[in-house]
Design a protein around this ligand. Sequence first.
Ligand code: HEC
Length: 260
Amino acid sequence: MMKRLSLFTRCLILFVVIWLFLRFFIGGVWSVPLPASVIAMYIGLILIAIIVHVSVEDDRFREFLRPVKETLADDEKKIRRMVLGVLIPLALLGFTFSKVSTKADPPAALRTAHPAPPDELTYRDKVIGPTQEVENPFRHLEKDDVEAFKAHAENGRRVYYQNCFYCHGDDLDGEGHFAHGLNPLPANFQDPGIIPNFQESFFFWRISKGGPGLPPAATPWDSAMPVWEDYLTEEEIWDVIIFLSEYTGYKPRTFGEAAH
Ligand code: HEC
């Protein structure tokens, strides 16, 4: 029969198994993202629990420390002492090296914040037309029927404050309550580099298809921007685009105009 493992070894095995479980199983097999700080906290608690467990009784504590003392003092354990004397510094060296040598990994490719839209603009499965030609069907009201145009802007305001402000901010500046947890950050529509540089069809594409509709060039980070065509009507999307430009005072690009 195998010799019963010492208390020290059993505790060590338990500790390593729990660590491996937290480190690789939850994140790897279950794909639950577990921050290193949470793992460190759990490991700390486990360590405390083990120390409490072995130290409540004097006998048990002596039994726990026995292999440690033997290893340090017994003549028979000379070889083990030497092996550990080499392995422990090596492990520490490896650990230090891994900490020092890990640089903040740059993303495999630079993220394109404003990738080119697809050639065809769609709402759900319906084709609206070529992205380079489709205009906001309510934009002409700005000249033709000011009251009707205002009603669309007003509807866009409602859509915005019902759906968008908690990421893009009360003031459209990208500082919504949820913004801080997101990477990439929600777009800041007060930034002059956004609205004036794109046509309304571009915004229609981005709002209707959201982060999941972005081409690979816009990865590696996943955008939290929802797929609004699942929740909003076509008209609501055009209206919220009108609201974005009315509120900020920036006019989207029109066709034929070059990007600045
Ligand atoms: C859960 C948070 C969240 C909500 C809610 C949200 N967005 Fe976004 N949005 C984002 C993030 C993050 C980005 C930046 C990444 C990207 O471009 O997908 C973004 C990007 C955009 C862009 C692209 C801007 C650009 O510069 O290309 C537009 C347009 C936009 N959002 C409009 C809206 C509108 C309109 C609503 C409401 C109907 C809305 N968003 C609701 C998170 C959100």
